[in-house]
Each structure stands twice: as C-alpha cells, then as structure tokens.
Design a protein around this ligand. Structure first.
Ligand SMILES: [Zn+2]
Length: 270
C-alpha cells in the first residue's frame, strides 16, 4: 500500500529544497496528515492549519432579550487557544491536511487553476495544491502569511491578489529544476489508480479521527459581572489539548470510509 501522507511529506522536502521562496520553511515543524472527504462533495482539497496563533483576548458569548435588548444570560469567560502538538522534542508549528480521496481525484479540468497551466496534465492541480499550502506558511512566523495590498497596507485575506500566480510560478520553477520524477509521479494516479497500482492508500491521522488538533476554548476564572444575568457553563473539553506521536494513527482510506491499521503486537486501542 502507498503511504500517501509520507509521500506528500517527502515531496514537500524536495520542493522546499529547490524553491528559494519556500526555503525558510523548517519541515521538522510541519506535520502532514489526512482527513476524509468524498470526491463528489464540495470542500477543500487541503488546508494549512497554524498552531502558533496567540491566545485570544478573554471573552464570553451573550444573549440579549429580543425586545428590550437587555443582556439576559452569558457564558463563562474563556480564552481561545491552539492545542500543542509535540513530536519528540519538536513543537509542531503547522499542520497541513489533505482530504482523501478528494485530493487524489483533483484535476485541472473545469478548475480555475486551468488557465495558469495551459496544456498541462490534470494532476498538475495536485502539485499546485501542495505548493499552495506550503505558501501559506508565514516567513515572519506570525501565523498564516499576510498579504500586502497594492497600496502597501496589510491585507489579512490569506489569498492576496497574486497568490495563485505566485504558486504557479513556483510549481513551474520546481519542475524546471529537474527533480527526480519519483518524487512527484504518485500524483499522476487518481484514487482508483492508486488502489489499483499499490493495493491500498494509507495515511497519517490523529487518534481522535475524524477530529484533529483544533483551537479550543479554555474557561477563565473571572469575578461575576452584571447582577441578575445567568451564567451558562461552557461545554467541557472533549478534545486533547496536547498531542504527541502516540496520537498519530495510520489509517487506510477507502472511497467511502477509513480503517485503522494495527501493527503486529499492538494491543487494543487505548
Ligand atoms: Zn489557500
């Protein structure tokens, strides 16, 4: 079987090593994992998740009376935080997720990327997506890359006006650098083709699959505010706030579901 996320991680190493605009990326701080998503369904092919965003300012949810506008109840105070993902001594700064099988079936046909790659084979859309997610990593380490508008002011939109063109330029210069085709030719197969060629597709996932490390709300002890306003407790946390290599599971992805693979000698799931 092909370990798809491992192949994507190796490809990223090759791309970062050959692309000056991405050479600042330390891939030991980037973890590639898979999520499940059908090819026929709408949705992202891949996502770059930043784990270094600072803790939010304290806040709470509130409800107002529709007629009087008066505050009727509020939640407990909380801050929003990123979970910690630690692999050995290394704290992971970014997660890049690929949605399987949807990503494996991504093609240039009828996509808005097609115009950037005239005459290219359909699988080029996947190489574009890999570079696209790497390009979201911020060289200033503040989170997701910011874009400067034409007038020089900051744009918080994560896709600036020339984002797609820059990605396509990097894809073309990567291929022009004559990488070993074995680094990227697994992208040529769609999901059915991968299964036919390798007898199955496996990938790294998190133990709490289909969930994965996500921002969460942490309760804050704060003095009671307005009298007479009911305070609703926050929902208890259901997801870990710290993940380690023990939380990584290899799963096989079929077209419609996933199965966890167990190593020989491995006991029941913890
Ligand atoms: Zn994007």
């Amino acid at each position: 079987m092909i370990n798809y996320t491992e192949r994507l991680a190796l490809l990223m190493h090759d791309i970062v090593g050959r692309t000056p605009g991405l050479s600042f990326i330390d891939l030991s701080e980037v973890l590639v994992f898979a999520r499940f998503g059908r090819s026929e369904a709408e949705g992202a092919f891949a996502t770059c998740h930043c784990l270094t965003l600072p803790e939010s300012e304290p806040g709470y949810f509130f409800w107002r009376d529709r007629v009087t506008g008066e505050l009727t109840r509020r939640s407990e105070w909380f801050v929003t935080k990123s979970p910690v993902v630690r692999l050995g001594e290394t704290s992971v700064k970014y997660l890049i997720s690929f949605v399987i099988p949807r990503f494996c079936d991504q093609t240039l046909e009828r996509s808005r990327k097609a115009g950037l790659y005239p005459g290219a084979p359909g699988w080029m859309a996947k190489l574009d997506t890999v570079v696209h997610e790497l390009y979201h990593i911020d060289p200033e380490e503040s989170g997701i890359r910011r874009f400067v508008r034409a007038d020089g002011t900051d744009s918080m939109r994560s896709h600036g006006p020339r984002f797609y063109e820059h990605v396509a330029e990097m894809v073309k210069s990567y291929l022009a650098s004559k990488p070993d085709p074995s680094m990227y030719n697994f992208l040529e197969d769609d999901f059915a083709g991968l299964n036919a060629r390798y007898g199955g597709v496996v990938s790294t996932t998190f133990r709490n699959f289909p969930s994965f490390p996500q921002r969460y709300m942490e309760r804050l002890e704060m003095p009671p505010a307005e009298g007479g306003v009911r305070v609703e407790p926050l929902k208890p946390l259901t997801q870990p706030v710290l993940y380690t290599e023990d939380d990584l599971h290899i799963r096989q992805f079929t077209g419609s579901r996933t199965n966890r693979l167990r190593r020989k000698g491995q006991g029941r799931a913890a």
